[in-house]
Ligand binder design. Structure first.
Ligand code: SAM
Ligand code: SF4
Length: 329
């Protein structure tokens, strides 16, 4: 049961943990070509420190944890962290957001460690375009990663596509068809202006375009329970599809009123909103061995700082200091 509520009566039960600010890709919508300046290792929370935060947050009502980054799978021994978190009383859902390129190697081990499900970012089916969007990645590695996740039963595997006008929006129907052909759960994400590349494609425009290949029906309740989402996506299905089509629309259909999350950055800052510089440092208190009660007080303080909404609707460049890769998008 949720016991954490913010100033706007939203229940907070979900913690996104960025385990690293580093990444093996440089996606054009996320990072500059040279990447972001990496933090020294000593600044990054250890697995013991992350587990301590999760254990204390669970006592306050957090029951879902998602590991993200940067690219979480480039941090050494990630399955060990998952094993530690799966032993925390009160945590009933551990998930991962990844670019998928290292999943072939780790999917089975992650599953055995207690990972329930994965979201995999994939923005194109074309190899040269994949190299352009990620600036250095190989499409085959991401596709192999998706197969590996499915084979390891990390269900539901959700595929996240950031749609950019003139760059990959001509592939939206191909992605939508995968919900029929392969039962994929595809989510189309409106690009947030962290970099100046490409124009946003509003979700409503995508819905109109997808209707050219079939009616967009509301997802069935059995599909909704299978994708276990109480997140920001709105879900639909094409007739006869076993997979679903979700729309995540931070710009044109903001979901702030239902936001249930906190974010822990890799250097130990607990942030109430992706799009705000507000936050509370937990690293120094943890390293000074303050009491659990003091950490609980700091978590409650971060919750109290949660803004009512973000101001992305204007689609102006985001001026916050943290990038998506640093705040755990
Ligand atoms: N590296 C992992 C990945 O790419 O899935 C996890 C971290 S990444 C920051 C988390 C999610 O943020 C990905 O689904 C990515 O597509 C999304 N993302 C990054 N920059 C974005 C932007 N400017 N607008 C919308 N989504 C973005
Ligand atoms: Fe790396 Fe993910 Fe950002 Fe791409 S979106 S650069 S994979 S952190």
């Amino acid at each position: 049961m949720t016991r954490l509520f913010d100033s706007f009566q939203r229940g907070i039960n979900y913690l996104r943990v960025s385990v690293t600010d580093r990444c093996n890709l440089r996606c054009i919508y996320c990072m500059s070509p040279e990447g972001v300046p990496w933090m020294p290792h000593s600044e990054i929370l250890s697995y013991e420190e992350i587990s301590a935060v999760v254990r204390i947050a669970a006592e306050l009502g957090i029951n879902k944890v998602r590991l993200t980054g940067g690219e979480p799978l480039i941090r050494a021994e990630l399955p060990e962290l998952i094993r530690m978190l799966s032993e925390v009383k009160g945590i009933d859902d551990i998930s991962l957001t990844t670019n998928g390129t290292l999943l072939k190697k780790y999917a089975m081990e992650l599953k055995q460690a207690g990972l329930k499900r994965v979201n995999i970012s994939l923005d194109t089916f074309k190899s040269d375009r994949f190299r352009y969007i990620t600036r250095c990645g190989e499409l085959k590695d991401a596709l192999d990663g998706i197969d590996a996740a499915m084979n390891a039963d990390l269900h539901p595997v959700k595929i996240n596509m950031v749609v950019m006008r003139g760059i990959n929006d001509d592939e939206v129907l191909d992605f939508a068809r995968m919900t029929c052909k392969q039962g994929w759960h595809v989510r189309f994400i409106e690009r947030m202006p962290f970099t100046e590349i490409a124009e946003v494609v509003p979700s409503d425009e995508l819905r109109q375009r997808i209707m050219a290949i079939g009616s967009l029906l509301k997802a069935e309740s059995y599909q909704l329970s299978a994708i276990s989402g109480n997140g920001p996506a709105r879900y639909y299905r094409l007739p006869g599809a076993s997979g679903t089509i979700g729309f995540i629309s931070p710009i044109t259909e903001p979901f702030c009123s239902a936001c249930n999350r906190l974010r822990l950055t890799s250097n130990g800052r607990l942030c109430p909103c992706l799009l705000s510089d507000e936050g509370v440092d937990l690293k120094q208190p943890l390293r000074s061995e303050v009491s659990s009660e003091e950490i609980k007080r700091l978590i409650s303080k971060a919750v109290a700082l949660k803004p009512e909404r973000h101001h992305l609707c204007e689609d102006v460049p985001i001026s916050i200091k943290r990038r998506m890769s640093q705040a755990g998008g």
